[in-house]
Design a protein. Structure first.
Length: 351
């Protein structure tokens, strides 16, 4: 999504929001100044495409003839609404545009324009979007991360100790393979094969995470132990939330630290690969659960994890990014040590 902040604000104002031209960029064409008035108005550019747009029910249709409410999401608002756009080194400010009611052209009325701007003015505050000659908005694309060689977890060649480890974790090879896409992968980081989980973001593969199998962790040459989890170093971990594409359809969503925690929660779980979400992850969480409820389960054995969850949850609600964040405390350990039914009893008791 091009503008998570604006999308979330529109959800809080209008409720249901549809997305048109998903992930498309705005296209600007250079125009020739053919008159003095054009030069004075400083409008040498024209918009050919508004890019990704957010569709809501127009609140003004009921006040315009024939005075009936809009139920078809006819008010379209571009992701660059109320933003400054930099094109060819020049700042172009389109003011309240681009937004339009395609049912009755309600925004041709100045008072309606002002009212709409008042409703969502905070969403676009202090934003700048840079447009290149190639019409590319986001230059910070996640680099391509090749998936390691692997065999299926249900393959007969998988060693018995792998199944024994999974049994201790309360899961099966068939479940991990079918529901979570896990495989037995051969990485450059570990000498032995590891559990490898593909990571998808908005239905596109972006990276993977490996989990060492067993407790006797391998060591580096200097004798220090390797981490239990490994994500390829070119991955932008702070941009990713594991299982977000399925969790977005659930309320509440459940935020946890790691993939095994997420697996124990089920489809409503999202893992942030650590104890504190980055600013970008917070924006994603806002777009997913900003208008519903997010349950945050920290690692109870880590006091810093509990404190981080409590403080960050308050900040998210204070900033209006999230309407309702509940920190749910476990009696011990982390979500990965519980059965799914036990976890949901605890989650429900915290709602």
């Amino acid at each position: 999504m091009k503008n998570d902040l604006l999308y979330n604000q529109l959800r809080s104002v209008f409720g249901n929001v549809l997305v048109a031209s998903k992930d498309s960029s705005i296209v600007i064409e250079g125009g020739v100044c053919t008159s003095v008035s054009t030069k004075l108005n400083k409008k040498p550019y024209a918009i050919r495409s508004y890019g990704e747009q957010y569709r809501v029910n127009c609140p003004f249709c009921v006040t315009m003839p024939p005075y009936t409410p809009d139920t078809g999401h006819h008010l379209w608002i571009s992701y660059v609404y109320n933003t400054d756009i930099v094109y060819n080194g020049e700042v172009i400010n389109f003011g309240w545009a681009p937004a339009k009611c395609y049912r009755r052209d309600c925004l041709s009325k100045l008072s309606n324009k002002k009212e709409l701007f008042t409703l969502i003015q905070q969403a676009g505050k202090n934003q700048t979007i840079t447009i290149s000659d190639e019409d590319t908005v986001d230059k910070n694309e996640i680099p391509e991360i090749p998936f390691p060689p692997y065999i299926a977890l249900t393959d007969s060649a998988v060693p018995a100790y792998v199944h024994e480890y999974l049994e201790k974790r309360g899961v099966t090879a068939a479940e991990l393979q079918k529901d979570w896409g896990a495989v037995l992968g051969f990485t450059d980081f570990y000498k032995n094969p590891a559990l490898v989980f593909p990571i998808y973001q908005r239905n596109a593969y972006v990276s993977w995470q490996a989990r060492y199998i067993g407790d006797n962790i391998e060591t580096f040459k200097d004798g220090t132990p390797k981490p239990k989890y490994y994500i390829p170093k070119n991955s932008k971990k702070s941009w990713m939330l594991y299982n977000m594409d399925r969790a977005k359809y659930h309320s509440p969503g459940v935020l946890v630290e790691g993939i095994f925690d997420c697996i124990k929660v089920g489809e409503a779980g999202v893992a942030m690969f650590g104890k504190k979400p980055s600013e970008y992850q917070c924006r994603i969480l806002s777009s997913l659960f900003g208008n519903s409820t997010l349950v945050w389960i920290p690692d109870e054995n880590d006091p810093d994890s509990v404190l981080t969850a409590t403080q960050t949850a308050e900040q998210l609600m204070r900033s209006k990014l999230m309407r309702d964040v509940r920190v749910v405390r476990l009696p011990y350990g982390d979500p990965g040590t519980f059965k799914r039914s036990e976890l949901w009893e605890i989650i429900k008791s915290g709602l």
